[in-house]
Design a binder for this molecule. Sequence first.
Ligand code: AMP
Ligand code: MG
Length: 346
Amino acid sequence: MNMIFKKILICAVCAVSLTGCGKRSISPDNEICSDRNVFAMDTFMTICAYGDNADEALKSAEEKIKYLESIFSVTIEESDIYKINNSHGSTVEISPETAEILVEAVKMCGKTDGALDITLYPVLNSWGFTSDDFRIPDVKEITELLEYVDYSKISVDGIRVTIPDGFQLDLGALAKGYTSDAVADVLRENGVESAVINLGGNVRTLGKKPDGSLWKIAVRDPFDTENDMCVLETGEISVVTSGNYERYFEGDDGQRYWHILDPSDGFPADNGLVSVTVIGESGLYCDALSTALFVMGEDKAVEFWRKNHDFDMILVTDSHEIMYTSGVENSFENLTEMSAEVIDSD
Ligand code: AMP
Ligand code: MG
């Protein structure tokens, strides 16, 4: 197929940026911030930690990230996911971390009624999102591949996993969220009480700033990705954004095709949203939800929030409107000309 791939923006920059943390910089209260950059999971990651043991803790954090990448990757041949994806229906033994993320992932697929589906890999593959060899598959091909998409067919029994022959898993929608929680645990175990973990748009803070003040987390403007859309002032929290600008290609039909697919038809989810930011306690929960709510679109996302109420969110619609939930009302500063409205609880 003769395609023009004009603009391929791979997530080399993050959707969420952090203000106020530099490389071994001195913070206003004279605390040293140590930081470490890691490239893993196809993402530039930065962790910034305060305290006497920060350097040691960051070393352990990096090791943890590399370890989790080595078991969650779809391409590393020794990884648990690779083994599962090449098991042809037989049972595979995996590490406890993979078992844990799989159990949580399957739960989130169910909770979101399949908007999140970690068995989408064969369809993502046919679009080229796994290889950067982008193409527009025809409807027949997608329909055939959708036969192999159904998270409810994943069986996890302790560390033993079985999926049907032809099925393949991809944890891309929530692996970074899980990793941010794991990194927070490692830092805390190593005596760090104040840190910011930024895994390419997946931000997880630990405690407050060393002087006891709140962090400022900036969320990228999906229509102007060089600039920020808003700033959130917050204590310990996860802030995760999914957007259609993070990874996409343009076909010769002039249309943009992005990396978040709607499992109901196998096409890029196009339900009125261009970005979804989820704010909550758990990185894994926020990451899984940001992808799922993007797929659901505005009305269903609002309905989901009203029913669950255990997170906050900022939606940006394709008609340039910002909508946010009441929990962030007092910590939210709009930096754009877009209108911003609070979503009612009922
Ligand atoms: P995120 O940036 O967290 O929204 O995750 C997007 C990534 O998740 C994509 O690059 C795919 O690897 C994968 N993905 C895309 N659509 C879905 C979906 N509906 N359910 C599960 N994973 C998905
Ligand atoms: Mg996600």
